[in-house]
Design a protein around this ligand. Structure first.
Ligand SMILES: Nc1ncnc2c1ncn2[C@@H]1O[C@H](COP(=O)(O)OP(=O)(O)O)[C@@H](O)[C@H]1O
Ligand SMILES: [Mg+2]
Length: 430
């Protein structure tokens, strides 16, 4: 069979589906504007390309040639790399910018409305005393029992609420489950304790890295004086009395404990005590549940630093608001040092904060096996003020707690700062 001769009339259109290459590709503006124009050639399956400067398609054409599809595709790629954009792309961009700004504006309006609704709801119950944490007014506990008072943590006046505190404080007010993740000593547990201290809520803590069993957590039967008694575990105790429960190192919890927890994580979630004839424990309105973890979620990359940590699955994590706690910044940590130990000078405090930051960086690089917590830093600084000797103070506060290799590296970091941070005007070196 003889193929029909190609003419522009019977040339089948090229298979360039939605994305026709025809059109003008431009870069630059005004006098610097440069363009390529692509159109179908009169020759079948070929494209005409023209090049010029100035207004699209107008003005002097300095290149005018015909290429096949392969050649054209190579040119399209090259133009894209050189910053040429098609009119269709320009339109898409403009539309995206418009949609984007409309979305952002809508969101701002919606968030404002939500804020007003929240404030209105709160002023209805304004009979309740509140205390300000960061920028949030948090209700103070109405439980005046001795049992609660005995469990309220002591206020640490040196505790610094960083900007991250606001969102978490609101979550607590709204009775959300809050999980704090971050390296050891980054202030996860003390955050919850210090909020509880200021709002007068009793706190119970349980650590999953150890021998915590489902029995400890949920409760167990025991025999006392010939009688069989049920002893509530820490979870039902907190739920009934309305205490705040901190579950530390959740990523070490055994699966049976996570299974029990999951039910309680739902808003208003009840606990079913199967062992006690299916008794249902309804949470007291003041009950709050917090988890802390070193290596869950966004911290999973550090699991090798926390031997034995389990990966918490996404379905479990989705039942929490999860906040990533970083160590305090150098300035924040220096501030905490000065608040805790007013005898320190700002220059000393900044140098100590810089030493801690260097040790943490070494820990993250796995050059150090031991983490450097704010607690350790505070303890070392306190001892330093007593001995007047940083090295001497470092022995019981740091060196004796870590391996010989770690001690050697920390010692070299300390010496480096002790020598190079001492600026003549007494200000910390940059
Ligand atoms: N924002 C902060 N302000 C003051 N001290 C802090 C702060 N964050 C941490 N610390 C200190 O660090 C110590 C260790 O914090 P902690 O809450 O136990 O850490 P984590 O639970 O993350 O291991 C606390 O006892 C406290 O002295
Ligand atoms: Mg902790």
């Amino acid at each position: 069979m003889r193929a029909a001769p190609f003419t522009p009339m019977n040339a089948t259109p090229l298979a360039v589906p939605d994305n026709s290459p025809e059109g003008v590709y431009t870069r630059g503006a005004k006098a610097a504007r440069e363009w390529w124009r692509v159109s179908l050639s009169e020759r079948a399956n070929m494209f005409r390309i023209e090049h010029g400067h100035g207004e699209d398609g107008a003005g002097q054409v300095d290149i005018d040639t015909v290429v096949d599809l392969d050649n054209l595709e190579a040119k399209l790629l090259k133009w894209r790399r050189e910053g040429f954009v098609s009119a269709a792309d320009h339109e898409d961009e403009a539309r995206a910018a418009q949609v984007g700004s409309a979305f952002a504006a809508d969101l701002q309006r919606a968030a404002q409305a939500a804020r007003e609704a929240r404030e209105a709801a709160r002023s209805l119950s304004s009979a309740q005393r509140t205390v300000r944490i960061g920028n949030v007014d948090m209700p103070v506990s109405t439980d005046s029992s001795d049992a609660n008072a005995a469990l309220v943590p002591r206020i640490n006046d040196a505790y610094l609420f960083t900007p991250r505190a606001d969102d978490i404080a609101l979550d607590i007010v709204e009775n959300r489950r809050v999980m704090l993740i971050g390296h050891t000593g980054s202030g996860k547990t003390s955050f919850v304790e210090q909020v509880a201290a200021r709002t007068g809520h009793g706190v119970l803590r349980v650590n999953m890295n150890g021998q915590t069993t489902v029995g400890d957590f949920v409760g167990f039967w025991t025999v006392k004086g010939g009688e069989t008694l049920w002893v509530d575990g820490v979870l039902p105790v907190a739920m009934r009395a309305g205490y705040w429960l901190i579950i530390d190192e959740l990523d070490f919890a055994e699966p049976s404990i996570l299974a029990v927890l999951t039910a309680v994580l739902e808003p208003g979630g009840k606990l079913l005590l199967k062992e006690r004839g299916n008794e249902i424990v309804t949470p007291h309105p003041s009950f709050r549940l917090f988890g802390t973890a070193n290596a869950a979620g966004a911290m999973s990359a550090y699991r090798h630093l926390y031997q034995g940590a389990n990966l918490l699955n996404e379905a479990f994590l989705d039942r929490w608001r999860v906040y990533l706690f970083d160590y305090l910044s150098n300035d924040e940590e220096a501030k905490v040092l000065l608040r805790t130990l007013p005898a320190l000078t700002p220059a000393l405090a900044h140098t100590l904060a810089a030493i801690a930051a260097d040790c943490r960086a070494a820990f993250a690089r796995e050059d150090l096996a031991s983490a450097f917590s704010t607690r350790r830093l505070l303890d070392w600084a306190e001892l330093m003020l007593r001995t007047g000797d940083a090295e001497l103070a470092a022995a019981p506060a740091i060196y004796s707690k870590v391996s010989a290799e770690d001690a050697a590296l920390i010692r070299s970091i300390i010496r480096h700062h002790a020598i190079f941070d001492a600026a003549p005007d007494g200000q910390p070196a940059a």
